[in-house]
Design a protein. Structure first.
Length: 249
């Protein structure tokens, strides 16, 4: 079945590369107008805007730090003013600062928690008004299987991603009466810049631990976003869907 999002307006945080970029392209491929944010990669952002427009949709690239509460509000204002509303929010922006707890600095902790978890609060809160006035909306939060299982050397990342899962369930309950559905996607090991530094030995070990025996692609995550953005998931809220080749089951 083809997913048709024509007439919808989407916002994806952190979309200059990797999973966010694949999500933006998938949403545009389904006919949605797409706004997206980035923090520093301006050249890549402008190239993506051009790519999305060539697909026949309206596109908006906004430089905004997802960790900033005020910039999130300004971003949502700009999207609703320029594109005419907001139907689908994908909270994707995220970073890692991996190290064992004994070596983890306060900055390692604060940077990850504010970029990965506070960002989801920032954008969800700012998106609530336009979605509530429409009495419709989809919020899709990108967490991680690390938020389900934990991982040595990633206490900050795991805490931020587990926090997203609790936040998703709470807001799903708060927003259900307004027909705003809130779900999370927990990718496993996906080949992107974020995971490109993994040493070869660790790659082999990870692949061995995955029932499907390979890393996932950004498009695998984008397909799950399309499902949560579309009427196919009309009766699903507060769910966390693993896209991990079976790794965390
Ligand atoms: P990536 O390749 O490192 O890309 C991250 C994107 O987020 C970039 O476009 C970056 O833009 C943007 N970004 C980072 N911090 C930002 C901020 N504070 N404000 C705005 N934009 C920001 O990462 P990825 O692998 O695609 O991961 C995307 C999401 O999936 C993250 O939430 C990550 O935790 C999650 N995830 C990834 C994997 C995996 O295996 N790759 C697994 C599970 C979950 P700039 O370059 O402009 O900063």
């Amino acid at each position: 079945m083809e997913i048709n999002l024509k007439g919808k307006i989407s916002l994806v945080t952190g979309a200059t590369r990797g999973i966010g970029k694949a999500i933006a392209i998938a949403l545009a491929g389904a006919g949605s107008d797409v706004a997206f944010t980035y923090k520093s990669s301006e050249e890549k952002a402008l190239a993506l805007k051009t790519e999305l427009e060539a697909m026949g949709v309206r596109a908006l690239a906004i430089c905004a730090d997802a960790a900033s509460f005020s910039e999130a509000q300004t971003t949502i204002d700009e999207v609703t003013k320029s594109l005419g509303g907001l139907d689908i929010l994908v909270n994707n922006a995220g970073i890692t600062r991996d190290t064992l707890l004994l070596r983890m600095s306060e900055a390692h902790w604060d940077d990850v928690l504010s970029s990965n978890l506070k960002s989801v609060f920032n954008y969800t809160k700012a998106a609530a008004r336009p979605m509530m006035s429409k009495r419709a909306g989809r919020i899709i939060n990108i967490t991680s299987i690390i938020g389900l299982s934990g991982n040595a050397g990633q206490a900050n990342y795991a805490a931020s991603k587990a926090g997203i899962i609790g936040f998703t369930k709470s807001i799903a309950k708060e927003f259900a009466s307004r027909n705003i559905l809130v779900n999370a996607i927990a990718p496993g090991w996906i080949e992107t810049e974020m995971t490109s530094a993994l040493p070869e030995a660790q790659r082999k070990e990870y692949a061995e631990a995955i029932p499907l025996k390979r890393a996932g692609k950004s498009e695998d995550v984008a397909n799950a976003v399309l499902f949560f953005a579309s009427p196919l998931s009309d009766y699903i809220t507060g769910e966390t869907l693993r896209v991990d080749g079976g790794m965390a089951m």
